[in-house]
Design a protein around this ligand. Structure first.
Ligand SMILES: CC(C)(COP(=O)(O)OP(=O)(O)OC[C@H]1O[C@@H](n2cnc3c(N)ncnc32)[C@H](O)[C@@H]1OP(=O)(O)O)[C@@H](O)C(=O)NCCC(=O)NCCS
Length: 161
C-alpha cells in the first residue's frame, strides 16, 4: 500500500485530462477524452477515480469505468498510473465498484481482457475472476483474442470487502 492518502471518488469532468493521460499510457487503443466524458453521462455507469491527496494538488492515480445493465456489471476499463501500480490501488477501485453494484442488487460481473495482457489477467485472477470463454480476434488493431472473465456470484459477499 502507499503512504499518501488516496481517496476513491466519483469521476468528474475535472479528472478527465489526467484519466486520459493514464488511458494513453495503459492501452494500445485508448479512449478519447470525448468518449471518457460521454461515459460520465451514462445513468448506469460506475465511474470512479483514485485521487492522491498531495500538499499542493491532487493527482489522479487510477480510474475504473463500468456499466450496469440487465442485472449485469460490465467492467470496461481499469488502469493506474504506471508508477503507482502494484500498490493495491487497482484492487481498491475494483472492490469499490463491485460493492456499489451489489448495492444496486447487481451481482454478475464480466469483462474482456486481451489474451496477451498478462498483468491484467493476473490482476483479475487475484481478485477471484475466472476465465469464462474467448472472443476470437476481438480487437481490431491486432486481431488479438479477448478472454472473457467472470466473477462467480457466490463469492461476492465472502471474498469482497
Ligand atoms: C491491471 C492494473 C489496473 C492493476 O492495478 P494495480 O494497482 O497495479 O493492482 P494491485 O496492486 O491491486 O494488484 C493486486 C494483485 O494483482 C496481481 N497483479 C497486478 N499487477 C500484476 C502484474 N503486473 N503482474 C502479475 N500480477 C499482477 C498481483 O497478484 C497483485 O498482488 P501483489 O502485488 O500482492 O502480488 C494495472 O496493472 C494497470 O493499470 N494495467 C494497465 C491497464 C490494464 O491492463 N487494465 C486491465 C484491463 S482493463
Amino acid at each position: 500500500m502507499v503512504d499518501t492518502t488516496i481517496d476513491i471518488v466519483p469521476m468528474e469532468p475535472v479528472h478527465i485530462d489526467q484519466v486520459h493521460t493514464i488511458e494513453c499510457a495503459s492501452f494500445t487503443v485508448p479512449w478519447s477524452r470525448t468518449l471518457l466524458l460521454d461515459e460520465l453521462g451514462s445513468p448506469d455507469g460506475l465511474n470512479f477515480a483514485a485521487v492522491a491527496r498531495q500538499e499542493t494538488s491532487d493527482i489522479v492515480v487510477g480510474y475504473v469505468c463500468a456499466r450496469m445493465c440487465c442485472g449485469e456489471c460490465s467492467i470496461y476499463k481499469i488502469a493506474c498510473r504506471p508508477e503507482y501500480r502494484r500498490k493495491g490501488i487497482g484492487s481498491r477501485l475494483l472492490r469499490h465498484i463491485m460493492n456499489r453494484a451489489v448495492q444496486h442488487d447487481v451481482h454478475d460481473f464480466t469483462l474482456e481482457v486481451r489474451e496477451q495482457n498478462a498483468a491484467g489477467r493476473a490482476f483479475y485472477e487475484n481478485r477471484h475472476f475466472v476465465s469464462a470463454g474467448r472472443r476470437k480476434r476481438y480487437y481490431d488493431d491486432n486481431r488479438e483474442d479477448a478472454i472473457i472473465m467472470h466473477f462467480p456470484e457466490k463469492q461476492n459477499r465472502t471474498e469482497q470487502d
